[in-house]
Design a protein. Structure first.
Length: 254
């Protein structure tokens, strides 16, 4: 307990003294003179100054270590970010290189699986054979056909149409139109066809599908005759369908 309470003026004076705002005041001068005269107080003063200096050095060292660690952490983050960007660029470059290759590979696989539409080649066995704007008389002539083309054989003439693994023999006075090549699809207008391999033949009176084997089809006077030489056929018209086995024959008409 103190003997008496401090007044505001005395309290401010003590605050100013400890804060050092009085500069070279009388108390400072008195303290300096005392330290010069008293070895014990001077030693204590030096110890205090050394302690404060050591604390200052330790604080500066800690601050420097903290700044160094902060710089290292920043450099690591930048390095990781740069590595990430480089890795992303590499992945981007690899995508740029691989995507076209994958697209080409996919296209090759697609073509291998499905392939381009098979060619349709008409070979003249004996002429004359007519095609759009053409009349071929030379035997052995081979001409391509595309979807929508028609061909017709004259009396005594014959031809062979090859589409993929399917062969179609056209007898004399036969007229057909190529409706498609995958699968082979023909429309017969008249005459006789001998088919070896999968194919579909349409007519005004019915449709014949050669699933496997060989078949002979004749269309004349709006009557379609389908004879299965081997394998089996499927035939149908507006009245229904039927399966035709080897050695069997079916007739379709209005």
């Amino acid at each position: 307990m103190v003997d008496h309470a401090l007044s505001c003026e005395e309290a401010l004076r003590l605050v100013h003294r400890f804060l050092g705002e009085d500069g070279e005041g009388a108390e400072h001068l008195a303290l300096r003179e005392h330290l010069e005269a008293c070895r014990a107080c001077h030693a204590a003063y030096l110890d205090a100054v050394g302690t404060v200096a050591a604390l200052g050095r330790a604080q500066r060292h800690l601050r420097q270590e903290e700044e160094k660690n902060t710089r290292r952490a920043t450099q690591r983050r930048l390095a990781l970010a740069g590595a990430g960007e480089r890795s992303q660029r590499r992945r981007r470059n690899l995508r740029i290189l691989f995507l076209p290759a994958l697209a080409i590979l996919a296209l090759v696989q697609f073509q291998s699986a499905f392939g381009a539409p098979p060619r349709a080649d008409l070979a003249v066995i004996s002429g004359p054979v007519a095609m759009p704007e053409l009349l071929i008389e030379q035997a052995g002539t081979v001409l391509p056909m595309v979807r929508g083309d028609w061909c017709a054989t004259a009396p005594g003439a014959s031809a062979r149409l090859v589409v993929g693994k399917t062969e179609v023999h056209l007898g004399a006075l036969t007229r057909v139109m190529l409706e498609g090549t995958r699968p082979l699809r023909l429309r017969i207008g008249q005459g006789t066809l001998v088919l070896n391999g999968p194919a579909t033949v349409t007519s005004p009176v019915g449709v014949i599908e050669v699933t496997s084997g060989r078949a002979r089809l004749t269309y004349q006077d709006e009557i379609l005759r389908a004879e299965c030489l081997s394998g089996y056929l499927g035939g149908w018209n507006t009245e229904g369908g039927q399966k035709i086995g080897a050695g069997e024959e079916a007739v379709f008409y209005f």
